[in-house]
Design a protein. Sequence first.
Length: 741
Amino acid sequence: MRLEGTVENIIYRNSENNYTVVELVFGLQKIIATGKFPIVGVGEKLELEGEFKLNKTYGEQFVAESIKIQKPTDKQAIEKYLASGLIKGVGEATAKSIVKMFGEDTLKVIEVSPSMLSRVRGISERKAMEIHASYEDIKKMQEAIMFMQKYDITIGAALKIYAKYKQRTEEVLTANPYVLVQDIDGIGFRTADKIAMKLGISFDSDIRVKAGIIFALNEIAEKQGSTVAEFESLKNSSLEILELDESYLGFVESSIIDLEISGVVRRVNLNEKDSLAISKYYSMEKYIARKLGSLCSSNMTIALGSEKEVEQYEILNKISLHENQKEAILAAVSEGVVVITGGPGTGKTTIIKGIIKIFENAKLKFMLMAPTGRAAKRLEEQTGESASTIHRALEANFGREGRGFLKNENNPLDVDAVIVDEVSMLDVQLMSNLLKALNYGTRLILVGDKDQLPSVGAGNVLADIIASGKFKVVELTQIFRQSEDSMIAQNAHKINNSEMPDLKAKSSDFFYSSTAEPSAVANEIVSLISERLPNYFKDISSDDIEVIAPMKAGIAGVDNLNTLIQEKLNPSEPFKNEIVLQKRIFREGDKVMQIVNNYDREWEKINNFGYANYGAGVFNGDMGYIESINKEINEMYVMFDDGRRANYSYAELEEIVLSYAITIHKSQGSEFPIVIIPVMGGSPLLMNKNLLYTAVTRAKRAVVLIGKQSNIYYMVMNKSSAVRNTMLKQMLFENSGFESE
């Protein structure tokens, strides 16, 4: 539906996400229009396309999907427009004076002959040029938005694009719309391709083919975790993405050569196979190899601890360490780089505390880090020492002035040692940034479980470092006394050794329910989380229980379970605000999770003294709950587990999902008091030993497995998993990381 009207009033505008509520004069009536608008002013004429929708609180509103803007033409409308506060340096009195002098030619004067404004009393030559510049900025932004709408780009996407390119928007898109895939979150190859077709770019054009090749490489990195692709496989993937037949194979090959020459991709020999890597990933892995080698061989890393100090630690804490625990502590305080790996109950926390004690005795500065907020919080609770996320330790700086970390080669961390927990989660990008912030001579202790799932992002950092054979690795295999009675630890190790977990033993922390039908599994999960488990564990509430499932789809998958659990634990009530978005409902009190990295999202956190700290950056895997929903301004406020509070407009809710149930991949780095795991059938690449092992090791207090025993057996015996092709192991093995700087 299309309608035209003049802006009478700007009721609300969110400057961060551009959500706007305007009052329009439409014929003889006034209507309320909402949507993501470019900057508009009172008096401007709008041509909107969209539809009327009924808002429960505010009644009928016109929700705009596209917008055209026309400048006001009569004197009264021009005066309102200038007085609206939109133009910098012009208030109500100044607007009246300008229009009085120039009448209906006012906007033409501002645009073409701004120096004439200095004839108006109170306007200097300098102020006249400021008014002109402000008017031009708004005009160019509006023109760019309207230009993009011709190519079916939504207002929301258009505003993101303009924020990136500003006045260069039309120039950039006309030259190569495929840059959007790399530069703008949420825009993929298909979207850019549609824009390109409307711009007249041919199906077999050079820029389209190159964009398809780069997209194929990025897909391999982002979805498979590989930083390198075999040449033959990449050519076939590129043809499929580009929807071209084999007659274009030569064209694809020549385009790859062009990309090599321009430095966008790098040809490498991986395991005797001709392969390609996006240059940024190649550079990251090369840097990791070189820096690890330098840290390992630095002469500043002389031995600190002694067996006597370890014995004193044992006496002080009334413990008896196993030989490989002692080996791990001594290695950590004498080597430049050391890896400590082991499953649950093998004493990793005890070792970290021992390392810290020796560092303190030697008066060394050290930092504890982890990839996620939940992992950092757990590390802090277990050690009694301050711990932070890697992003926070490196002082993430992703504001409008640039993207990166304040801590880097030019401004390194002022520490003698860094201990990083949950290292299996580190991808090449975060690892390379961490290493950039370390001085040569800084000790690096990497702690993690090599049998956990690899990082969500590209790379296989922990596995490659271990497999290279270039660093001291201490593997912990002994389960210690504090975990001997724990069936969680015992069964986790059984699963890791491809043995069936003990499902029949009477246990206070490991339970099994033989339920076959997906609907029965889903119903039992709802019953367990809402009543049975809280009744059994008197000090546990439903909030302490997390459902971790292998898959999102299906009756017993994450999406459906979230809906069922939400209905049971947090049903709709008159006093609770909620948002209905197609098939999703968000309600005050819901458990939620951030599912993408948003480095720009601002947050506030109230400290112990009642003062607010402010920052930016909410990351994939951060969990919390919906504190409130403000329906007047269409915003939702989320309180994360670490005390950060962030707000989301309705248009930004694709970043958030319900988290009563989460996938096993999303559970990495987290620990929950009680974990429920539905084990249903699925793809062999998904239903494997590593996935089940990772899920079981997320539980601190108890695990409940639900499903057919044959499905559990299949996962335990299935060692297959997606192979990640990376260069790091080979770079380390070839000693490229141990060359002198």
